[in-house]
Design a protein around this ligand. Structure first.
Ligand code: GRF
Length: 194
């Protein structure tokens, strides 16, 4: 494990499957003067993921990994992680579950952002389910990844009030803005403990 001694930045890989707004935001934070991390690799399991365009625009090494064979996909990813000396993985809208073996192999240095107040609303359609249940709050959580869906130790969480006139779109967009504040904060917290 490399440590952040002096100028040495921590190499981070971001895993995506979709829009990549969290990726874009983390790239922005990585370019800040005192940033402790460098995004050295972007992995996508979706060839046409919009988020890949940010990797291309900012000249970040990126790989599309075909998941038709799960074991092979994870093997390929581990090779890329080694090759690029990655110390930490951030999942950002990555729609695949990582195996226990993969997580162990990567020494548990994997974090994820999830759009709910975990342990509530694991899985998909989180805001819709929170609205249907007449919850007062939705929100987002950054947590360590375990092989059980959305279940690892919580790093940081932000509550976001559900307002009377919220539609799914309005609420999702409002929470997403909070995700963009929460993820870099949580990442810095994790990096300072590496
Ligand atoms: C975010 O809501 C994140 O919490 C969830 O997937 C979404 C990804 O959004 N895991 P984006 O691709 O970063 O825009």
């Amino acid at each position: 494990m490399q440590r952040s001694i002096g100028f040495k930045k921590i190499n981070v890989a971001i895993f995506i499957s979709g829009d990549g707004s969290n990726l874009k935001n983390l790239i922005y934070h990585s370019h800040k003067k005192n940033s402790k991390f460098k995004i050295a690799l972007v992995i996508s399991n979706v060839q046409k993921a919009k988020g890949l365009n940010y990797a291309i625009k900012f000249k970040i090494k990126n790989k599309i990994v075909n998941y038709s064979n799960f074991k092979d996909a994870e093997k390929k990813i581990l090779i890329e992680l080694k090759k690029n000396k990655i110390n930490l993985i951030c999942l950002a809208g990555f729609m695949k579950i990582l195996s226990k073996k993969f997580i162990k192999n990567f020494n548990h240095n994997i974090i994820n952002i999830h759009p709910s107040l975990l342990p509530k609303y694991k899985g998909l359609n989180t805001h819709q389910r929170a609205m249907d249940d007449k919850e007062k709050y939705s929100g987002c959580t950054v947590h360590y990844v375990s092989s059980k869906l959305d279940s690892g130790k919580i790093i940081l969480q932000k509550k976001v009030k559900i307002l009377k006139n919220d539609t799914l779109k309005i609420l999702s967009n409002r929470v997403l803005k909070h995700e963009h504040l929460l993820y870099p904060k949580a990442l810095n917290k994790v990096l300072s403990n590496l």
